[in-house]
Design a binder for this molecule. Sequence first.
Ligand code: G3H
Ligand code: ZN
Length: 289
Amino acid sequence: MRSLAEVIKDAEKKKIAIGHFNVSNLEQLNAIVGVVRKLNVSVIVGVSEGEREFIGVDQVVALIESFRNEGLEIYLNADHTHSTEKVREAVEAGFDAVLFDGGKLPLDENIKQTQEAIHVAKSIASDVLVEGELGYIGGGSEILEKLPEDAAISAESFTKPEDAQKFVKETSIDLLAPAVGNVHGMFKNAPNPRLDIPRIRAIKQSVNIPLVLHGGSGISDEDFISAIDAGISIIHISTELRAAWRSGVEHELEENKNEVAPYKVMADVVGEMEKVIEKKLRLFNRTQI
Ligand code: G3H
Ligand code: ZN
């Protein structure tokens, strides 16, 4: 099986993006695996601190391992990790990648804490990929009423190419998550803000490492294609999957008022989530399979 670093390199060469989906239960994971089996593409499963606490750190590693054993290219990322203790825990458990999230910190403090995270991670597993975040794009994968407070939502507050260059040079991170118009979460009845494509291109030129686009829910297909073309190699989706889970559960419970077997209620919910995942993976991989 290829390493995650090899898969990302290949994606850069082919100008495609790897889909990254967050999960907090087995149904979400089964939906991802179902689509990966069908399309035969690589995928990253992400678990934030809260998500992996809910599933279990060792348990999520074992689950991913069980799917790899059938030859699927599924990788595991410790998403939005805020302390070196949590970095240590994830890398020791066998995660392929970890995002140390200092996005809310001033640049120099972000550099300092990210350096510490890199040191901890690489001294446990030299091949684990470490991602750094520069620019704050809001905290939660949720349905938004308004844009998140303090988030970078205008060109002046987006990640600057020169800051990105300094950040990458001084930390030696493997992957960079910038703020380029993307925000965590999505509006119910309105599109998310547009991405700043020239900014993505400029950041990519100044750092020359793979770029990760967070906050993928609510972004238009057109912006995704332009962003991939400008240098994005990984795209994170969470809220859209959570929303499909919730509406699926509500619908199934309403339709099957006397059903008490979870696997019967949840089968069609998995199907609804598969639709979301398949659409994104076809787009990101630019495939008509
Ligand atoms: O790390 C998680 C992602 O950035 C998901 O963002 O909920 O807007 O899709 P999203
Ligand atoms: Zn994120």
